[in-house]
Design a protein around this ligand. Structure first.
Ligand code: BGC
Length: 833
């Protein structure tokens, strides 16, 4: 981050002289106060030096603001792995610039994004929030992300430093990773954020690395990040991650979040007074915070960041285009896609993710999204009035009974679709009684803060109007005592226990279910009484009330198969359900939940024109892959899901994505699968052989390899120059790849370079991504992709010497369409320094 050198308090510009004078005006007590948050999302101001409070908010797939806000929804971006699937750094930077403008309009100074951990295992609950399994692709995306945000004066936070690559027991595990592996893989994206993008903050992770918690890891935080890389910004703890006073303060952590309270404050004052932590160390932290505040324009004008009533948002057209470019066309047998819009009359859209499309993964990344046209409406719009588009569920995947989406759950007081929520304190007095539009709520999207006090009772009430006679099931979810009362009669009561990670409570709270028989048109009164268990979990109260007809999956499936049989095209939308993939826990299996594999197989048997749309953040198994006509991986696409899908299916847009992660054929093929800590340790035993590097070394064939993705045109790779060259170990290498659009429509191609050699060391990858470039060409046009390969590509980290050393020899540089579709090669001889 630029060192402030002027006194103009304008955001995004160097803004304040932080010199001895400002520090000298602050007492030790004032200084220490600044080093812990004022609350969950804001920092303390200090009026005596004109410092206002700084506001933080979660990302990376949008800007939430301080809480979910239904009246002020946020732009919802494709999840980061989808951003990386575009391989388009310019587009990502353009998007995060716009995201930065939205953050500013929401009064947000610091975005807690991007997540630059690597996808070490496809089961990682938070893999969708990372960019890729490859450090180079991750670094390029991360740098673009940070530059876009910071260009408009919003501070970015590279998180979670470091080796927070899985979620199981994330607050406690110790990642055991060799130093060379850390340097070459896991640290590389952080290094790029610091050295190339001047990232403003780095967030210290929950986990430990090689024995020391990351909030108190002197070697990596002070030694590497600050001393070696020269990071001048603020190291903030992950939320509630800091467990110590002296060790964390001495190791280089600057800011403890959230506040108030926590292990610093008075404890830190005492540590300074007793000489355990020096005042110079405190001053260094304060200087960093003041630099940040100066850069944000938070010193000198004293005003809170303004919050506009109707904030600027990311242009929906930009998001629609970006989203289409993130979709990866994995298979396109007989060129079924794009659909010819004029010829298609009957389209059956089938599957649990067609009924409940998953736009976002779970956890702190979630926003309350801007609503755009849905899948069915978008398809109808794109296919025209002649086409009949119908929707079938096929099978069920939900983890908790969903609330009906047709407005049939009604607040008994206002008569509006939604619920009534009354909060009573421990003495039984009503502290709040309000209408809420949704029966799935948490403290941060509508429940008043009072729910966090022990002894509180929350009563949710709604009337339900069934449309058919028959068996139904009511679900009530939360943590603590749950009681369900149907038409005044207590139906069930249970106590549920908190999951290990607080965020899990929000993403998939435990549920009780009650079967009921209902008559069409006869209203039923539902009452859900909840005594939340808030011990040590303030701020994580969640409640969900759902009701649905008792599922008859055989019937749902039979209907879907019948519909597919009589349609010209079947679009089967499968994937993960709400709560399957989330921060706070890892998935247990790569298999699709429920009977989705059976559904796809039966639909494909009924209709040869079956297109499968896979709606998941991380890889899922596709045992039916060779039996269907087309497969499109769409990740969590955010608000533009429907629009972008219709564009891609009908050819208005080309699916531009290439896989940033390998898709395995079988679980056992994945180089790393379960990352459950053993005796508290997660051992990175695979070393450098993560993702495609592991598959290549083992010689195993993935279902779809890293870098794979078909567009709607064909490409002929013509030349790679220079074909042979000798360079010195200090030189960057410039290469040019000529390629021709050999198809019939304009298209985009991601030209990928992979480096192999110079020797064959079994502990090292056979080849790794060395660069990439994006080209666009009209049919028949030849274009040139230019890529610069930096000298670091030819170096390795020597743990003995503790430095990067050049590795001379003769390498092969491949250019191709994916990590397994290599078209051209050059010979590069690297000399000594
Ligand atoms: C997550 C962070 C997030 C923070 C604040 C933590 O649990 O790991 O990524 O920024 O919460 O919501």
């Amino acid at each position: 981050m630029p060192i402030p050198d002027s006194s103009v308090p304008e955001r995004g510009r160097p803004a304040h002289h932080v010199d001895g004078r400002v520090i000298a005006q602050l007492s030790l007590v004032q200084k220490v106060r600044l080093l812990t948050g004022a609350d969950g999302w804001t920092l303390h101001g200090e009026p005596t030096v004109g410092l206002r409070s700084v506001v933080m908010s979660d990302g990376p797939a949008g800007v939430r603001g301080r809480r979910f806000d239904r009246d002020n929804p946020s732009s919802s971006l494709p999840c980061p792995v989808a951003l990386a699937a575009t391989w388009d750094v310019a587009l990502v930077e353009q998007t995060t610039r716009a995201l930065g403008e939205e953050a500013r309009a929401r009064g947000v100074d610091v975005l807690l994004a991007p997540t630059v951990n690597l996808v070490r295992t496809p089961l990682s609950g938070r893999g969708f929030e990372c960019f890729s399994e490859d450090p180079l692709l991750t670094a390029r995306m991360a740098v673009a992300y940070v530059r876009g945000l910071q260009a408009v004066g919003v501070a970015a936070t590279a998180k979670h430093f470091v080796a927070n690559d899985s979620e199981t027991d994330r607050r406690n595990y110790d990642a055991r990773v060799a130093e060379s592996v850390l340097r070459e893989l896991y640290l590389a994206p952080f290094e790029a954020c610091v050295l190339e993008a001047d990232v403003a903050l780095v967030m210290a992770a929950y986990n430990s690395v090689n024995g020391a918690p990351m909030t108190a890891n002197a070697e990596l935080v002070r030694g590497l990040l600050k001393d070696e890389w020269g990071f001048k910004g603020v190291v903030v703890s992950d939320w509630s991650a800091t467990k110590t006073t002296g060790p964390s303060a001495r190791a280089g952590l600057d800011l403890v979040m959230p506040g108030p309270g926590g292990p610093w404050g008075d404890h830190l004052l005492t540590a300074v007074r007793t000489g355990l932590v020096s005042e110079a160390e405190i001053d260094d932290k304060v200087v960093r915070l003041l630099h940040l505040a100066g850069w944000l324009g938070a010193i000198g004008n004293g005003h809170l960041p303004s919050q506009e009533s109707s904030p600027s948002r990311v242009d929906p057209t930009l998001l629609r285009e970006l989203t289409a470019r993130s979709f990866v066309l994995l298979r396109n047998h007989r060129n079924l896609l794009p659909l010819t819009t004029s010829g298609v009359r009957r389209v059956a859209v089938i599957g649990p993710n067609a009924v409940a499309p998953q736009k976002q993964g779970g956890g702190s990344v979630r926003v309350f999204p801007v609503v755009r046209p849905g899948i069915i409406d978008s398809l109808r719009g794109a296919l025209g009035n002649e086409a009949k588009v119908s929707l079938y569920q096929g099978c069920l995947t939900w983890a908790t009974i969903p609330a009906p989406t047709d407005g049939s759950l009604i607040d008994p007081v206002s008569g509006e679709p939604g619920v009534r929520v009354e909060v009573r304190n421990a003495s039984g007095a009503t502290v709040s009684d309000a209408y809420l539009p949704s029966s799935a709520v948490t403290w941060w999207d509508g429940l008043p803060d009072a729910v966090n006090r022990p002894g509180t009772e929350v009563v949710m009430r709604a009337n339900y109007h069934p449309k058919t006679d028959g068996g139904y099931v009511v679900g009530a979810a939360g943590i603590g005592l749950l009681r369900v009362i149907v038409d005044g009669v207590r139906a069930t009561e249970a106590i549920t226990l908190p999951p290990r990670d607080t965020v899990e409570a929000l993403s998939r709270p435990p549920e009780v279910r009650v079967p009921v028989r209902l008559e069409a048109g006869r209203k039923v009164e539902l009452r859900f009484e909840h005594y939340p268990d808030v011990r040590g979990r303030e701020g994580f109260v969640t409640m969900r009330l759902g009701i649905a007809p008792e599922p008859d999956e055989d019937r749902l499936m039979a209907e879907a198969v019948e519909a597919a049989r009589s349609a010209e095209v079947a679009i089967v939308m499968v994937g993960l359900a709400d709560g399957t993939e989330s921060e706070g826990y890892d998935r247990e299996t790569l298999a699709l939940p429920g009977r989705q594999d059976e559904l796809v197989t039966r639909i494909a048997a009924a209709n040869p024109n079956t297109i499968v749309v896979v709606n998941s953040g991380m890889p899922v198994l596709m045992p039916w892959a060779d039996d269907v006509a087309a497969i499109l991986q769409v990740w969590y696409p955010g608000q533009a899901f429907g629009e972008a899908l219709a564009d891609v299916l009908t050819g208005a847009a080309e699916p531009g994505g290439r896989l940033p992660v390998t898709l395995p054929r079988a679980e056992a093929d994945s180089p790393v699968l379960r990352a459950h800590p053993q005796a508290g340790e997660v051992v990175y035993a695979e070393g450098l052989l993560v993702g495609y590097r592991g598959y290549d070394r083992k010689g195993s064939t993935p279902l779809y390899c890293f870098g794979h993705g078909l567009g709607y045109t064909d490409w002929t790779y013509e030349s790679l120059t220079p074909a042979t060259v000798s360079i010195s170990a200090d030189d960057a290498l410039s290469v040019a790849v000529k390629l021709r659009n050999a198809g019939e429509r304009a298209g985009r191609e991601v030209v990928q370079l992979y480096l192999e050699g110079p020797d064959d060391d079994a502990s090292r990858p056979l080849r790794s991504l060395a660069g990439f470039a994006l080209v666009h060409a009209e049919p028949g046009q030849t274009v040139e992709a230019r890529v610069t390969v930096p000298p670091r590509t030819f170096a390795r980290f020597d743990a003995q010497l503790g430095e990067w050393t050049a590795h001379p020899g003769t390498y092969r540089l491949h250019a191709g369409r994916s990590s397994r579709d290599l078209k051209l090669a050059a010979e590069i001889t690297v000399g000594r320094r």
